[in-house]
Every structure is written in structure tokens, then in C-alpha cells.
Write a protein that binds this ligand. Sequence first.
Ligand code: ASP
Length: 345
Amino acid sequence: MKKIFCLMFISILVAFAKPTVYILATGGTIAGGADNELSGAYKSGAIGVDKLIAAVPKINEIANIKGEQISNIGSHHMNNDVWLKLAKRVNEILNDENADGVIITHGTDSIEESAYFLNLVIKSNKPVVFVGAMRAATSISADGPLNIYNAVSVATNKKSFGKGVLLVMNDEIHKAREVTKSNTTNVATFTSPNSGKIGIVNYGKIEYFDDKLHTTNSEFSTEDFKELPKVDILYAHTTDNGDLVDFCVENGAKGIVIAGMGSGSLYPSVEKALVNAMKKGVVIVRSSRVASGSTDMGPGVNLYDEKYGFIAADTLNPQKARILLMLALTKTNEIEKIREIFRTY
Ligand code: ASP
């Protein structure tokens, strides 16, 4: 009995510790339904907010979720009346000190208009995040549930405060002022052609691009060192081998940046050679030969970093990761400190 009371007490404490996020549903493909999971001819706004929330039970682990239905229409039917109702309700919610953020589910056709309208009339620094989907809730590989999970992650992240109204879809974070729909059917439809996206979010892991330290806030100074340590870059490929890793180590490299495949993945022989290099005190940073994305997300983080102590270059390309690693090595050889440096600059 005592144990049950204890468990109840703990779960009440946990519920209070979690942020409270409202999901206001307006309709759209994200709430769309069809009889056939392969049909593009679905009805927008066929599913209610409770079902949308029930499809993503994991969001309850990161927030206290409260759902409300504002409308249930395709966003090509969006109008001023719904906007006014929505804006009024969002302001009311965010004025409540117990509310931490608002998510608005919306059709993608006019989501950019509603988001920009709210961006101009909401009076709060708390996160307001629009989210939609390109595939109906009943479709094969529906993109709505993961988009909602990512939207809740963004709305509950402290770094999302004060950024204005945001749109989260397809692992990307965009500002309402900049974002626009760019493709009729593709899940990668949203772009910000003038400014670009402001961040990325992958299974709830968030990275904003605008919070990296530099210049006056940089801890590095040319006063502190006479020369930069030797750091080499290697380029990964199939049927790769570890010879060049060994060569770098024999020739005095203090660090190696590997331009890995995909999210910084490695061919087995190179993985082995890099582990040996690390045992000899060489610091290993995983970047990617792929042009965009973070190596601090995706499988490499647990396949290599947690297992061996390699360091993800984050979104730095190999040539910039080399510069940061050289500077980091003028300060420290400690892996966790260098890992932190790669998340900071
Ligand atoms: N026509 C739909 C809507 O805007 C399209 C979508 O949601 O993707 O509601």
C-alpha cells in the first residue's frame, strides 16, 4: 500500500515537472482520411484532435498534452474568422502561466499564411509551432505522427522561446515569416528560400543554427598558442581500408576528421583503424561527405560516439571541423570537453 502511494506521488511530481503544451487542431491532410492507404484522394480534416494525439503516445512522455478542436477543414478553405478565433485562443492560452507552448495542426496549402498572421498578432515569447503533413493520417508511411512528435519537442525546448511563430515539418524548423510551400506532393515541400531553415529536429533531438558562439564569445585566442596541432582529413568510401588512418598516426596527427558516409558512418576496416588511433591518443571527429545535416543525429551517435568516444562534427563540414578540432586541441585533450566544444561553436 505504502509503495502504491509512493508511486502515485512520484507520477504526480513527474506530471508537474513536464511542460504543458496545447495542440489546437484546424484540419488539413494531417487529419485527413481515405479508404485506401495508397490513395492521394483523401478527405482533409476527417480526424479529430483526440485521434491525432492518440496516434503519438510518446508525446505524453515529454509534455502534458491538452487538445482542442478549432476547426476541421482543408486549409484551402481557411478564412479570417478561423484566424481570429485561433489567434484569440492562442493568446488566451499563452497568457496562462501554466501553459508552456502551443502547437497548431493545419493543412499545408495555406499553413504559411496562418503562421504569418499569428506571427504578427500573438503577444507571447512562448513557442507557437505550426505542423502539417503531406500524407493523410490513413496513408502508408503517414508523416503526421513524427511531425507532431518533433513539433512537441520544439515547443518544449527552451531554445525555441522568442523565435516567433515556427513551422516544423520533415525534420526541419522554419520561421513563419520566411517559410513557403514549394512542391505539390513531396514531404520535403517546405523551404525558406531567402533565409533558409533555422534548425533541424530528428526524433525530437533539436539543433538550432543561430546559437553557435563566435568572435567575442569564443574561448580561442591566437595569444594562447604558437602553432596549431596537426589534424588530417580522410574521405570515406566503400571497400575502404585503414591504411591512411595508420599513415596519419605514424606521421604525427593529433586529430583525424573523417568525412564519413551518410551521418558519418564508417567502413569496418576504417572503424577499426580509428579505434586503434584513438588508443594512441589521437582525437577522432566524425563529419560527413554528405553536404547537409548533422552527424550528432542518426545512428553514428550510438554506433561510434557512445561506443568508442568519437566526436560528432555536428553540422560542420570536414574542412571546418578540422579548424575547430585544431583549436580545441590547443586547449584540451579531454574527449568530453572537445565534444562540448563541437556543440558550442
Ligand atoms: N489541401 C490540404 C490542406 O491544405 C493539403 C494538406 O494539408 O497538405 O488542407
